[in-house]
Design a protein around this ligand. Structure first.
Ligand SMILES: NC(=O)c1ccc[n+]([C@@H]2O[C@H](COP(=O)([O-])OP(=O)(O)OC[C@H]3O[C@@H](n4cnc5c(N)ncnc54)[C@H](OP(=O)(O)O)[C@@H]3O)[C@@H](O)[C@H]2O)c1
Length: 335
């Protein structure tokens, strides 16, 4: 992976039969209104820095940014480099005008997302993403959130048709339960499940066990806890979606930062950053876990990607487990 020249290579892992770097790049951060303002020049510089440092698993969605902004940006930045990259995107939240939608409850202040994964729409979603990304195939295509109005078997069947017809290479599911994964996998092999997993958001043990049993990889989203686990977030600026996340209210953020101190101290003792410890810890949870931190800042990107080379001693892992057992997060979860 990565090729020659100045491009770094990284330890890889398997999601089903799909080989990806252990740490990739989550592109959501590159659209305005997520973590504040950002322009496309800065965004493309960040994405290229990730590719150069070996973070060649790029994760986007048709719902990031307005009117496919994030996919279009990724498509432009990958010009001439498409073959270096495992390109992942998602569908089901950016619903065509005039189509109905159903509610998926979330823990953000806005309470719900609107979803539509009707099999009738799925080919159109994929074709729109292919156009936005300016590519002829999506390497890993996810259902973004389950649709309560559509059996997951039917969604997976429609995705299997896309594999058969060459629009996508691998099927992924995001934000699913163990039972949904099992049902979908019986229709078509699922390469990866993408769910939130980090030091402040455990993964459902049933989902992990089911993924292991079925040979499905896990892609951990928001592995840095939307930046919290880097230990650097003291307050939020304008245009930051974390204002919707109760864990980041001024009061909760301060309490959570206090309770996170033992992990920050441990990272300092190890001579690494809290972000690196958070990412390395995730990779030590299972050999089929990979992760996709996001950042607009090349120095942060290099710091994050270098965590793929860290080996944590069992004593360190035990100390982290102990610290996390006492880390009671205030502000609920997002899903
Ligand atoms: N499937 C889903 O439903 C879903 C939901 C959410 C996210 N995701 C995926 O997960 C990816 C990552 O999630 P995320 O962006 O929400 O959260 P994240 O990766 O946990 O955190 C990103 C935040 O951390 C900061 N950061 C990153 N590295 C840093 C470092 N070394 N030091 C200090 N600050 C650092 C970034 O700020 P700077 O820009 O300043 O570095 C940014 O504010 C997304 O891009 C998306 O692909 C998927």
């Amino acid at each position: 992976m990565g090729g020659g020249g100045s491009i770094a290579t990284m330890r890889t892992r398997l999601l089903g039969s799909l080989q990806v770097p252990a740490i990739g790049f989550g592109a959501m951060v590159l659209s305005p209104g997520v973590y504040g303002d950002i322009d496309d020049t800065r965004a493309e510089t960040a994405l290229k820095a990730a590719l150069d440092a070996g973070g060649t698993h790029v994760d986007t969605s048709d719902a990031y940014g307005v009117n496919g902004h994030n996919e279009r940006l990724v498509g432009r930045a990958l010009k001439g480099r498409r073959d270096e990259v495992v390109l992942a995107t998602k569908f089901g939240l950016a619903i065509p005008e005039g189509e109905p939608s159903r509610s998926h409850p979330v823990g953000y202040a806005f309470n719900e997302l609107r979803v539509n994964a009707d099999p009738r729409l799925i080919r159109g979603y994929a074709e729109r993403s292919l156009r936005n990304l300016d590519t002829d195939v999506i390497d890993l295509y996810y259902l973004h959130y389950p649709d309560p109005g559509v059996p997951i078997e039917d969604v997976t069947g429609a995705m299997a048709d896309l594999v058969r017809d060459g629009l996508i290479r691998h099927v992924g599911l995001s934000n699913v339960t163990a039972a949904q994964l099992r049902a979908a996998h019986a229709v078509h092999p699922v390469a990866a499940v993408q769910n939130e997993w980090s030091m402040w958001r455990p993964l459902d043990p049933d989902l992990l066990a089911t993924a292991r049993e079925l040979g499905v990889g896990i892609v951990a989203w928001s592995p840095l806890g939307n930046g919290f686990l880097t230990g650097t977030v003291q307050s939020l600026g304008e245009g930051d979606f974390r204002h919707n996340a109760p864990r980041f209210s001024a009061e909760n953020l301060s309490a959570n930062n206090d309770r996170y101190a033992p992990i920050r101290t441990l990272a300092a003792m190890l001579g690494i950053s809290p972000a690196q410890l958070a990412l390395a810890w995730l990779l030590h949870q299972d050999e089929h876990v990979v992760t996709i931190p996001g950042s607009r800042t090349p120095a942060h990107i290099a710091e994050n990607l270098s965590a793929a080379d860290l080996t944590l001693h069992p004593d360190t892992l035990a100390r982290i487990d102990e610290a996390l057992a006492g880390f009671e997060v205030t502000g609920g979860t997002l899903l």
